[in-house]
Design a protein around this ligand. Structure first.
Ligand SMILES: Cc1cc2nc3c(=O)[nH]c(=O)nc-3n(C[C@H](O)[C@H](O)[C@H](O)COP(=O)(O)OP(=O)(O)OC[C@H]3O[C@@H](n4cnc5c(N)ncnc54)[C@H](O)[C@@H]3O)c2cc1C
Length: 462
């Protein structure tokens, strides 16, 4: 492609900013990043409280976050944040140690069985499901793998046939049953459901295992995790500052028209002309949101194939509260509440995060899900009330709420559409209307997978 091609990038989150970085590194310098808000980072949002940054969005990474590492190297920064640690409580607020055999004598047989099944899952992922862990979802529904290996920082392209990969279209609980590893869900649920990615009876195994590949899941178990002192938003602020063309903030895109091989983008009332457009912002939002976010199909001259495919996308209703406590009520560590990670206990507090251990004058953040594929959505206010009640039950009552948001979170498709080849159809559309689709739905809703997908998009098409 001509290196002077004029490229518009919609969205200044990890996917959009890293697309800018990888384009620039490949010699494409004629790019413009349009961001609707007055800040970059998207769901990496780290506001300041009492002089320190806390996390309303992304919190952590693992050593295999190679794209994030690329960004750190580009900007000369590193993961210098507080060490993570956690404990567990039951729904009554009692501290428990669910994985400690000595404290769970009656559960020893189950714990031993679980350990065996974790080992088995690790083995079959390497053998029966070879190719499961490449970034993105190309070919999975057809029993192929085609992507860039995540085995090491080189991330070389790999491809091959593996009919077993079709099993990844199943909801994760069915995938586990099929392979006789049901108890592994006890381990995978922590960094999956409580992190807002939905329930195992509704989310295709492909999402679960591409994000929580065996190594990544073990990093969570061993708490081998990265954080950033100034928050995850700092990574993307730094990247933005180091780009030749930082994102243009407060860009309201009124309209996008694609005709005669050009892309006309109306930004804050003015028409701008480009040759190509990369969309990292939401492609489709099924319902009206109070934060004003809309899907790409609503402001683009969306074609029938785009509308038909993108209308299959759903997302999670994941609510975050930042609360102050009295010093005597401040938790001494973060807590997971496994009892509240089931569809039956939807709307309850699943995890709360205490970021700074050296002080009690900082906020703690709470996390709850309030939607399941087969259930009525719980209203925001009701869920908020339940979570604040739960904090009391946990013996860490909130004094007041200092920040809150209901996130457009983890866009994905369900098993039927995944198995019907949703990803291969969308991948076949890449570039068709001078348009490229990136961001969370194309890979997974974490900051590394989205940045990695942008890297691969640039490798494949530019
Ligand atoms: C509570 C929470 C916890 C999380 N924890 C982690 C974690 O620990 N580790 C991890 O790796 N990830 C975590 N994530 C997920 C991670 O933050 C996201 O997956 C990542 O930010 C996605 O990047 P993105 O660029 O694809 O999308 P986003 O971050 O959503 O960025 C999209 C950008 O596009 C902009 N935009 C939207 N519409 C338009 C428009 N019409 N025009 C212009 N701009 C537009 C948005 O304002 C936004 O800046 C968490 C997220 C949340 C909310």
């Amino acid at each position: 492609m001509d290196k002077n091609v004029r490229i518009c990038i919609v969205g200044g989150g990890p996917a959009g900013l890293s697309a800018g970085m990888y384009l620039e590194q490949k010699g494409y310098e004629n790019y413009t990043i349009l961001e609707r808000l007055d800040r970059v980072g998207g769901k990496c949002w780290s506001p300041t409280y009492n002089g320190r940054r806390y996390e309303m969005g992304a919190i952590m990474g693992v050593p295999s976050y190679y794209a994030v590492h690329d960004v750190e190297a580009f900007c000369g920064i590193t993961h210098d944040g507080p060490q993570l640690n956690r404990n567990y409580k039951n729904k009554n607020g009692d501290v428990i140690e669910p994985f400690e055999p000595k404290k769970n004598i009656l559960k020893i047989p189950r714990l031993l069985k679980m350990k065996k099944q974790v080992k088995k899952l690790g083995e079959i992922l390497e053998t029966k499901y070879k190719g499961y862990d490449v970034n993105g979802h190309r070919g999975v529904a057809e029993g192929r793998y085609d992507g860039f290996s995540q085995a090491n920082a080189k991330r070389e392209p790999v491809s091959g046939e593996n009919p077993n990969l079709k099993d990844l279209c199943l909801p994760f609980n069915q995938f586990c049953k099929l392979n006789g590893v049901e108890l592994t869900q006890d381990i995978w649920i922590g960094p999956f459901t409580s992190f807002g990615y939905g329930y195992f009876d509704e989310i295709p195994a492909a999402y679960v295992l591409k994000y929580l590949d065996f190594q990544t899941c073990m990093n969570f178990v061993k708490i081998n995790l990265w954080t950033w002192k100034n928050g995850t938003q700092y990574i993307w602020e730094q990247l933005n500052d180091h780009l030749k063309h930082p994102a243009r903030l407060n860009s309201r895109i009124d309209k996008v028209e694609r005709k005669d091989g050009k892309v006309f983008v109306t930004v804050n009332g003015e028409v701008e002309e480009y040759d190509k457009i990369i969309v990292t912002a939401p492609l489709y939002i099924p319902n009206k949101r109070t934060d004003g976010q809309i899907g790409m199909v609503d402001y683009f001259d969306a074609r029938e194939d785009e509308k038909a495919l993108f209308s299959k996308i759903d997302y999670e209703r994941y609510d975050v509260l930042a609360v102050e406590t009295k010093p005597e009520d401040h938790p001494e560590i973060s807590y997971y509440v496994f009892d509240n990670m089931t569809p039956e206990t939807m709307g309850h507090l699943m995890v709360y995060y205490r970021r700074w251990k050296d002080t009690k004058d900082q906020v703690i953040t709470t996390y709850a899900l309030r939607k399941h594929k087969d259930k009525a959505e719980i209203p925001y206010e009701e869920c908020r009330k339940t979570v604040l009640e739960d904090l009391k039950t946990m013996h860490n009552p909130a004094k007041n709420v200092v920040n809150e948001w209901s996130v457009y979170y983890f866009p994905h498709v369900f098993s039927e559409d995944y198995a019907a080849g949703w990803y291969d159809k969308v991948e076949a559309m890449q570039g068709k209307y001078d348009t490229y689709y990136a961001g969370e739905v194309m890979s997974f809703g974490d900051m590394d997978e989205t940045a990695e997908y942008s890297r691969e998009l640039v490798e494949r098409f530019f």
